[in-house]
Design a protein around this ligand. Structure first.
Ligand SMILES: Cc1ncc(COP(=O)(O)O)c(C=O)c1O
Length: 359
């Protein structure tokens, strides 16, 4: 029998989530963000499933875009961080990649490039995230230079990115949107603000172009219930199986560093998943794991290839029994909370080791 650890990817749920995002922005369009191997779900199969629905796909860098083109994806691909070096501009033009443009150096490279076809540019404004983007007061100057260049497609998009959209109680999002709207008010161009949190929960962030990522995979960017996020369908179910079962006496410890000690005679099941598969090493004792459809507790440190769980309270557990690490019944967000991180990190840090099975 092969190692049972497998990530099942539900492409119908993925499509549902994209269509749901699109319904939330009936006047706008959604770029499907598939960077970082589609948040761990597999960039090529995810992009192939979404290509018929989405007007464009979004990635972090040209290497990720090339992977999609080589796999036969034809739709435009937006490079969310733009180009890193001047030579990438020619590649972008030749391959119908759209570029986020966010600084003077990128502008200079674009204006001076020799291109066969103009590039569609998303001009990014820094409205408070202070990571990428031009200052709002530079927008007219940049926009005019872009408009005058034969290297630039006529339809320039003005974009910004939200820093606190996942915090429903914060007023920072309204401040960013107000800053953005004030900066672009004299320019007649399509706008782009919302990522998942914007699309789901901030009506003013729903504009002509939207850039949902995390929500496409069925995950909520919020750590409290939210009516739209609650309608998403989990795309990934990470499954494994019990590979060993043993009784340990009260007072005996389990795993590396003897980090958990049985307080009662306990039945411990060993499961074939570990941090080498992306299960977080920082998950503490008590983190929920589903064995035979029931929640049990992780006990002992997470190893590279295995975890151990306390199944004393289950009726019977045997080698081969099904285990779910995350999926619709137990979200990656919940595991992330136990592990002191966010679900985004849990999913995008998944290595390729667990095969992805698409249905
Ligand atoms: C510029 C930009 N747009 C959109 C997204 C997608 O964000 P999310 O996954 O929260 O929807 C990201 C992700 O980091 C991003 O950097």
């Amino acid at each position: 029998m092969a190692r049972p650890t497998t990530a099942f990817i539900d492409l119908a749920a993925l499509k549902h989530n994209f269509q749901f995002a699109q319904r939330l922005v009936p006047e706008g369009q959604c770029v499907a963000v598939v960077k970082a191997n589609a948040y761990g779900h597999g960039a090529v199969p995810v992009a192939k499933a979404l290509e018929p629905l989405a007007p464009a796909l979004g990635v972090a860098c040209i290497e990720e875009a090339d992977e999609l083109r080589q796999a036969g994806i034809h739709k435009p691909i937006l490079l969310l961080e733009g180009v890193f070096t001047a030579d990438e501009i020619e590649q972008a033009s030749a391959n119908n990649y759209w570029i986020m443009l966010e600084n003077q150096q990128q502008l200079h490279s674009l204006l001076n490039a020799e291109l066969t076809q103009p590039i569609k540019v998303w001009l990014k404004l820094d409205t408070g995230m202070h990571r990428l983007g031009i200052n709002p007061e530079q927008v007219t100057e940049f926009y005019q230079q872009l408009q005058a260049s034969p290297n630039v497609d006529n339809d320039i998009i003005l974009a910004t990115h939200l820093a606190c959209g996942d915090d429903l109680g914060s007023d920072f999002t309204d401040t960013q949107i107000a800053c953005f709207m004030a900066a672009v008010k004299d320019i007649d161009a399509p706008l782009s603000i919302g990522n998942s949190s914007g699309v789901l929960a901030w009506p003013k962030a729903r504009t002509a172009w939207n850039r949902p990522g995390y929500m496409l995979y069925g995950n909520s960017p919020f750590n409290i219930p939210q009516e739209n996020a609650d309608q998403l369908q989990q795309v990934m179910t990470l499954k494994s199986a019990v590979i060993s079962v043993r009784e340990v006496a009260a007072g005996e410890s389990v795993g590396y560093a003897a980090n958990w000690t049985a307080e009662r005679p306990s039945t411990i099941a060993t499961i074939a998943v570990g941090y080498g598969d992306g299960y977080p090493r920082s998950a503490p004792n008590g983190t929920p794991v589903i064995v035979n459809g029931q929640r049990v507790k992780l006990v002992g440190n997470v190893s590279m290839d295995m975890i151990t769980v306390d199944v004393t309270d289950l009726d019977s557990v045997a080698i081969g029994d099904e285990v779910i690490l995350w999926g619709p019944e137990l979200t990656a967000n919940e595991i992330a909370q136990w592990a002191g991180t966010i679900g985004y990190e849990i999913l995008t840090r998944m290595p390729l080791r667990a095969p992805r099975i698409y249905k």
